[in-house]
Design a protein around this ligand. Structure first.
Ligand code: ATP
Length: 448
């Protein structure tokens, strides 16, 4: 039988495992449904995604501050926010194959027994949809009774609403302003799948931007455009990215507008991030239920009001997957094919590879000295002295290292190194003393 070519997703999943980006969690025990561990390169990739998000959303802005709220909160929080009653997906079982599916995703899912068909099209008998709450329950303390029930947060946003008054009184800030947070969230997804696109434990980057109600529309447009630009500025191809405005039927009852930034993954278009107008819904609900007023007093107009909220909410794991998928290329060269990840240098887990041309004549010592110097200057480096130089370049191409430096006889004599560009494969000669400035400038001027 002819061997089928692996799909692009399969290829990326296998590259992630082989090169240490992402591993199946509990792999030696057979794994656990859609839970993943990030390996040495994956953890760096994710850290850079988080740094890039934080820097753009918080650090460079005067009007956004950060927060790190707890995963466990008072269970009342989730009753009041609507998650206990309403954070559920419609679930359908197949009586024939015992498969379990999300009723609203049937057209994207495959029958486990006849993968060319959607569930229900395969003559399997489906049950009516039942509502399934996505929150993970746990118990606080030694008693496992109803009084000790707590939930793992399904989103980070509520922790921000709970601290609205704390931040307002401590941070000397006034609307329009935002509170940003990155942290783990948990959802007992019915049909997880597509690698780290849909997991049960994942990281979110969310920001609640509090505005005077009459500025709602302008700030919604601002954050929708700003979040889209963040992706394209970091090299994501614009033709793979789109903004999809929700129609009236899709909108939450309290929302005036919501859109998704979608990416065209190998398995089709999928939500990467959502931008939602949440109006004053959450602050008002928590005000009423807790008895703590969550309002802003405007000293100029002498009026109290509840701000409206614009929320950009994205998943760090989906962002990391998007950077991986978008960067991946099998480039056809004259004699062979090379696999290259065209990461933006700010996203690449390793910035510079440093190699001695050969393992003798003092080249390894000089190469280690150059590498040490760059590492201490804050660059993410990788030292490699094994194998042919061409193969060492290719290994770095495959993990997206933008530049590789080779130390040769010329370095020992004249302090000049060869620096090779990942994308163009062109080589430049640079003085060791100029290396830092050269790489800094190359990072700043990088374009896809
Ligand atoms: P979906 O429709 O894909 O289930 P959602 O609309 O429920 O997503 P939100 O509640 O808006 O998602 O969460 C904000 C972001 O968090 C999403 O855009 C996505 O990037 C990320 N996210 C949500 N659920 C998951 C998950 N199970 N695994 C990984 N990331 C997720």
């Amino acid at each position: 039988m002819a061997k089928q070519a692996p799909s692009l997703m399969d290829t990326i999943v296998s590259l992630c495992k082989r090169r240490g980006f992402i591993f199946q969690a509990s792999e030696i025990y057979g794994g656990i449904g859609n839970t993943y561990d990030y390996g040495p390169l994956g953890v760096e990739l994710k850290r850079r995604v988080k740094d890039a998000w934080w820097s753009r959303t918080v650090t460079v802005r005067r009007d956004v501050v950060g927060l790190d709220s707890a995963i466990l909160q008072n269970p009342r929080v989730w009753e009041v926010s609507g998650h206990v009653g309403g954070f559920s997906d419609p679930m359908i079982d197949c009586k024939t194959c015992k498969g379990r599916f999300r009723a609203d995703h049937l057209d994207q899912l495959a029958c486990p027994e006849k993968p060319s068909k959607h569930p229900g099209e395969c003559h399997g008998e489906l049950t009516e949809p039942r509502s399934f709450n996505l929150m993970f329950k746990t118990n606080l303390g030694p008693m496992e009774d109803s009084g000790s029930v707590a939930y793992l947060r399904p989103e980070t946003a509520q922790g921000i609403f709970l601290n609205f008054a704390n931040v307002l009184s401590s941070a000397r800030i006034k609307p329009p302003f935002g509170i940003a947070q990155i942290g783990k969230s948990f959802r007992n997804e019915i049909t997880p799948g597509n690698f780290v696109f849909r997991m049960r434990e994942f990281e979110q980057a969310e920001m609640e931007f509090f505005v005077p109600p009459d500025e709602n529309d302008q700030w919604y447009a601002y954050w929708r455009d700003e979040r889209y630009r963040w992706y394209t500025d970091l090299g994501i191809r614009a033709d793979k990215l789109r903004v999809r405005e929700h129609d009236q039927k899709e909108l939450a009852h309290y929302s005036t507008a919501t859109c998704d930034i979608e990416y065209e993954y190998p398995f089709g278009w999928g939500e990467l991030e959502g931008i939602a107008c949440r109006t004053d819904f959450d602050l008002k609900r928590h005000s009423e239920a807790s008895g703590t007023t969550l309002e802003y007093f405007d000293p100029q107009t002498k009026e109290h009001y509840t701000p409206y909220v614009i929320e950009p909410a994205g998943g760090i794991d989906r962002m990391a997957l998007t950077f991986l998928v978008d960067a991946y290329e099998e480039e056809q060269l004259e004699k062979d094919t090379r696999v290259v990840l065209h990461f933006h240098p700010e996203i690449a887990p390793i910035t510079v590879g440093v190699f001695p041309l050969v393992k003798k004549d003092g080249m390894p010592e000089k190469a280690m000295e150059v590498e040490e110097d760059l590492r201490r200057a804050g660059f993410a480096t990788f030292y490699d002295e094994k194998g042919a130089i061409g193969r060492r370049y290719r290994r770095q191409d495959e993990v997206g290292t933008p530049w590789c430096i080779t130390i040769d006889g010329n370095t020992l004599e004249n302090d000049v190194v060869t620096i090779r560009d990942r994308d163009t494969m062109q080589q430049d000669k640079v003085q060791v003393a100029e290396l830092r400035a050269y790489i800094d400038a190359a990072v700043r001027s990088w374009k896809r």
